[in-house]
Ligand binder design. Structure first.
Ligand code: 2NL
Length: 348
């Protein structure tokens, strides 16, 4: 310190004190207040200099200010990071917490929904039987959902489905698929036989939800197209699937039915997996449970997708995944699957 002015002589002490105060600030708000205060004191010191001292003292004070500002900036960055971490921690939403609370003996994490578990098991079973798994779009054109499946415009069989049309393109041409069959049409258009595939996926119908119906549901369909495929192959495949999926004591049977895209058509039933054929409430005492439909692919469907029905034959089948999950889990009401009630979901 060269000048006689006491303030200027105290500059070293002033800087040391200010540095220590800045370093001790514990919040960004406190730091900003401290910075204002120490720089203010520096300014007062500058103001107190005589005209003669200003030249040298001013340079000295500017150096001190620059160093103090650098200390403040570094401390601010540290405190901001700390406060950001604190905010993130306070706002963190732990979606697994409720699972842990519902059952403290289990690890604190969620699991797949019952319908997803059922779909995965079905896929595994069919893959083990040599089928490929194929998926497709949920919004379809009239051609893929109806026309290619032997249902021309205004065909009465369209009344079997409560269709949801989308406001897209010409009215009544784009819809949410009512079944997964459009995926099979895409597959047959794009791949020559042999075809051995299953198509699981979400489907939509303009239906009111009740104990046994959901307007948004899941279906799995199977398709086999090859040379010399017979109705016997269909029956054998259904039986092999039934044994593999439900267990060796569960069998299948076919009963005549009607679908626009198969001829002949059948409903397939399995031994009631609840009572194992003894007769119970679920199977209305019959010992059998209707699972889905099946049949030999109608020659008109093959012609629509460019497969020669004189060369290739095939079969198809389909059933509801949600319905299967309902039966196996013994659910009184299918709507439980959509309630998102943790007390229900954690049971599966
Ligand atoms: C049911 C009945 C069925 C099919 C689906 C099908 C698909 C093509 C050609 C021929 Cl591309 N058939 N699928 C056939 C018979 C029955 O499902 O009750 N599903 C829940």
């Amino acid at each position: 310190m060269t000048g006689p002015h006491p303030s200027l002589a105290d500059l070293d002490r002033l800087e040391a004190e200010a540095t220590s105060r800045l370093a001790q600030a514990t919040t960004t708000a406190e730091l900003r207040a401290t910075e204002t205060s120490v720089l203010g004191r520096l300014h007062t010191t500058l103001g107190a200099l005589t005209a003669g001292q200003r030249r040298q003292g001013g340079a000295l004070l500017n150096g001190v200010r620059a160093r103090l500002e650098a200390v403040a900036a570094e401390r601010l960055a540290t405190l901001e990071a700390v406060e950001r971490r604190g905010r993130a921690e306070a706002e963190r939403l732990d979606l697994t917490e409720v699972v842990a609370a519902a059952d403290p003996s289990r690890p604190a994490r969620g699991h797949l929904h019952l319908v997803t578990q059922t779909r995965d098991e079905l896929e595994d079973t069919f893959v083990a039987m040599g089928f490929a798994v194929v998926e497709g779009p949920e919004a379809e054109t009239d051609w893929y959902n109806f026309e290619a499946l032997n249902m021309p415009p205004a065909h009465p069989a369209r009344g079997m489905w409560d269709t949801l049309y989308l406001r897209l393109g010409a009215p009544g041409t784009v819809l949410l698929r009512t079944h997964t069959s459009p995926v099979q049409v895409h597959l047959m258009e794009s791949q020559r036989p042999p075809i051995y595939a299953v198509m699981p996926g979400r489907c939509y119908r303009r239906d009111t939800a009740d104990a046994r119906h959901l307007p948004v549901f899941h279906q799995i369909e199977g398709l086999v197209v090859d040379r010399g495929i017979t109705f016997g192959d269909l029956a054998g495949t259904i039986e092999a699937f039934t044994n593999a999926f439900f267990g060796p004591g569960i069998h299948s049977r076919l009963r005549p039915s009607y679908f626009p895209f198969t001829e002949p058509s059948a409903e397939f039933e399995v031994t009631c997996p609840i009572c194992e054929g003894q007769g119970c409430r679920t199977c209305s005492g019959s010992g059998w449970l209707e699972l889905g439909g099946c049949g030999m692919v109608d020659p008109a469907v093959f012609t629509a997708v460019g497969i020669d029905p004189e060369v290739h034959t095939g079969f198809a089948f389909g059933f509801g995944i949600d319905r299967l999950a309902q039966v196996r889990a013994g659910l009184a009401d299918m709507r439980s699957l959509l309630d998102n009630d943790i007390r229900f979901l954690t049971q599966f």
